[in-house]
Design a protein around this ligand. Structure first.
Ligand SMILES: *[C@@H]1O[C@H](CO)[C@@H](O)[C@H](O)[C@H]1NC(C)=O
Ligand SMILES: *[C@@H]1O[C@H](CO)[C@@H](O)[C@H](O)[C@H]1NC(C)=O
Ligand SMILES: *[C@@H]1O[C@H](CO)[C@@H](O)[C@H](O)[C@H]1NC(C)=O
Ligand SMILES: *[C@@H]1O[C@H](CO)[C@@H](O)[C@H](O)[C@H]1NC(C)=O
Length: 574
């Protein structure tokens, strides 16, 4: 098959040869490549797929990857043999409607035997209310392929097509060039070794790995990237490398196997501090030239764990994989150690999401009082961000407040998916000064849940976290909140006394939440309570202890002057 050949026949002639080309697989035989033109606000797309002369191919975008309510560019042949690309959208049943405003432009194609390659351009924001707006964060690229002949596109059921799929990507990538590496930089690969991937839809494979003895001396990681075994691009969905937080002398079993297997040794649970995270389509992650991620040194436990998520929808049993991560390390330490700070909600069942909610928001606060004592006068620079929720999270963003004024947001993903967690380098580094506040908000959707979803560690529990990567490393490791315990007890007492719920003061918080019969009204009141109640703060040092002071019943940092809503530029073009 020539479909995955890296040659871009069409885009290359169309766009500047110097531009960066990004690519994700759509399935084993199809790719989606793109070039960004930020000044013009345009993405140039090239699709390669296996399709004969009588096939139609739809490619486009939707909020969370469904083919219903999608915005699609559809290539098809009419009965006279002409090939067209039309801008369409699908209704709630997955039927095509041809858009009166056509925004799939610059169409070109080449058909050779059973392979078609075509390109088109698309504005990030077409200003057409029927079109998807390409935003920062995650974009769900959806596709479908079927056989003609077709007389017209209108009414075609794309959800029912024989070949359909979805892939997530960060389309609006950071295109600024990474800093150069010190000359003594060496590479170290952390790879799986010929894993026979189980014939399951989803596998999380864990592999413990001992770092080389050269890391008895402290190094800086200046870059890391995924090393995907050629041919397995569609299989390896995302991966993370965790450091084992144990005394430096502690040995770890070199386990290789499914992460959730009962055979995985209990001691490997300490392998949970994220060093690197990659998801399909992500670029190499580079540290800014001032900083590196410290690894190694006399007190550093030499074990790390590679965790790979394999995505095998065809449930093939013949996949063998040796993918992993390549780290670029230097003993020539950069000026600053990079650190990771956890923002958002404390991992606790004090926060919860009622069932049957189309949208329910929880916010975690890093308040003025905490940064005031923890951040040095010159501040810290945040250059990367990894947003994190469990299964019901659909949107995550972090706002930045200084003296009551809201500054530009630190990060936002309006189409967040728990299955696509990459560390993203910010297009602009953000300086945080003492006294600044950071508010991380997560939206959850629980329409297919009948029970309350509690905060906590289990995958069925929820989290709301932004792991921010910054320099210089400071002693603040956690700046997270939850509702103050007193407010929550008052609320449970109110439910008991006024709403006849079986909540009790001598009962565990989780039992109290479970004892409530959740109605839309009660969910609404809980949302109000979370919005207004004072906080318990975890303003914690790297020792795991709080900064000195009293951190209960802290006020929410007020946002007196919110940012103006982002205005769309929809006047100059139709
Ligand atoms: C990819 O192409 C090969 C050869 O044409 C075919 O056997 C296989 O079914 C295709 N796979 C998919 C997922 O379309
Ligand atoms: C589209 O096709 C699928 C699969 O054949 C079917 O389940 C669905 O009902 C169809 N939708 C409509 C609107 O006909
Ligand atoms: C929901 O709660 C009920 C009552 O506590 C329990 O029996 C049931 O197993 C729960 N359902 C799920 C999906 O957890
Ligand atoms: C923060 O510090 C408190 C008090 O020492 C501790 O109970 C809590 O577990 C810490 N939280 C984290 C996330 O380290």
């Amino acid at each position: 098959m020539g479909t995955t050949a890296p040659v871009l026949l069409l885009l290359y002639t169309a766009a500047a040869a110097a531009a960066q080309i990004f690519r994700i697989p759509l399935d084993a035989n199809s790719t989606f490549s793109w070039i960004l033109d930020y000044p013009a606000g345009i993405v140039n797309v090239e699709v390669h797929t296996a399709a004969g002369k009588d096939h139609w191919v739809a490619v486009g975008f939707s909020d969370y990857g469904a083919l219903e309510g999608a915005d699609l560019c559809v290539l098809w042949r009419d009965w006279k043999g002409h090939t067209h690309l039309q801008d369409t959208w699908t209704d709630a049943d997955g039927r095509l409607v041809v858009d009166p405003q056509q925004d799939c432009q610059g169409f070109k194609y080449v058909q050779r035997d059973d392979v078609i390659k075509f390109t088109f351009t698309r504005r990030f924001d077409t200003c057409d209310p029927q079109d998807y707006v390409i935003e920062e964060g995650t974009t769900h690229v959806v596709w479908a392929r079927g056989r003609g002949p077709l007389f017209r596109l209108e009414g075609l059921n794309v959800s029912g097509a024989p070949h359909i799929g979805m892939q997530r990507a960060q389309l609006l990538k950071n295109t600024s060039p990474p800093p150069s590496h010190p000359s003594d930089t060496w590479r170290h690969d952390i790879l799986n070794s010929e894993v026979r991937v189980p014939g399951d839809d989803t596998t999380y494979w864990c592999h413990l790995h001992r770092l080389p003895s050269a890391l008895r001396a402290k190094h800086h990681v200046v870059q890391y990237e995924a090393v995907i075994q050629p041919g397995n691009e569609a299989l390896v969905h995302h991966l993370e490398v965790f450091h084992c937080e144990a005394p430096h002398t502690q040995m770890m079993p070199e386990y290789q196997g499914p992460c959730f297997s009962h055979k995985r040794p209990e001691v490997t649970k300490v392998c949970k501090r994220v060093l690197a995270a990659w998801a399909m389509g992500a670029l190499p992650f580079s540290y800014p030239e001032e900083a590196g991620l410290p690894v190694g040194g006399p007190d550093f436990n030499p074990y790390v764990m590679l965790e790979i998520h394999y995505n095998n929808p065809e449930r093939r049993t013949d996949w063998v994989d040796s993918s992993g991560v390549r780290m670029y390390l230097t003993p020539t330490l950069r000026r600053f150690d990079g650190g990771v700070l956890e923002l958002g909600l404390e991992y606790t069942d004090k926060m919860a999401i009622p069932p049957q909610q189309p949208v329910f928001a929880l916010s975690g606060y890093c308040i003025t009082e905490c940064t005031a004592v923890a951040v040095p006068p010159e501040g810290i620079m945040i250059f990367g961000s990894q947003l994190h929720t469990h299964l019901t999270g659909i949107r995550v963003f972090t706002r930045h407040i200084r003296d009551g004024h809201e500054l530009p947001e630190l990060n936002r993903d309006n189409h967040y998916s728990t299955h696509f967690q990459e560390i993203r380098s910010l297009k602009q580094q953000v300086r945080i000064l003492p006294g600044d506040a950071l508010i991380t908000t997560c939206w959850y959707k629980t329409t297919d849940h009948d029970n309350i979803t509690l905060g906590g560690f289990a995958i069925s529990d929820e989290m709301c976290v932004n792991y921010v990567h910054y320099y210089p490393k400071i002693d603040l490791e956690v700046c997270k909140s939850s509702i103050s315990s007193e407010s929550l007890q008052t609320y449970f007492r109110f439910l008991h006394e006024w709403e006849a719920q079986h909540t009790k003061s001598d009962q565990a918080i989780s039992e109290n939440y479970k004892a409530v019969h959740w109605t839309p009204m009660r969910a609404h009141i809980l949302q109000q309570l979370y919005h207004e109640a004072p906080l318990s703060m975890q303003c914690n040092q790297s020792t795991g202890e709080r900064f000195p002071g009293y951190w209960e019943n802290m006020p929410v940092t007020p946002v007196l002057f919110p940012l103006l809503a982002h205005t769309r530029d929809c006047t100059t073009h139709p």
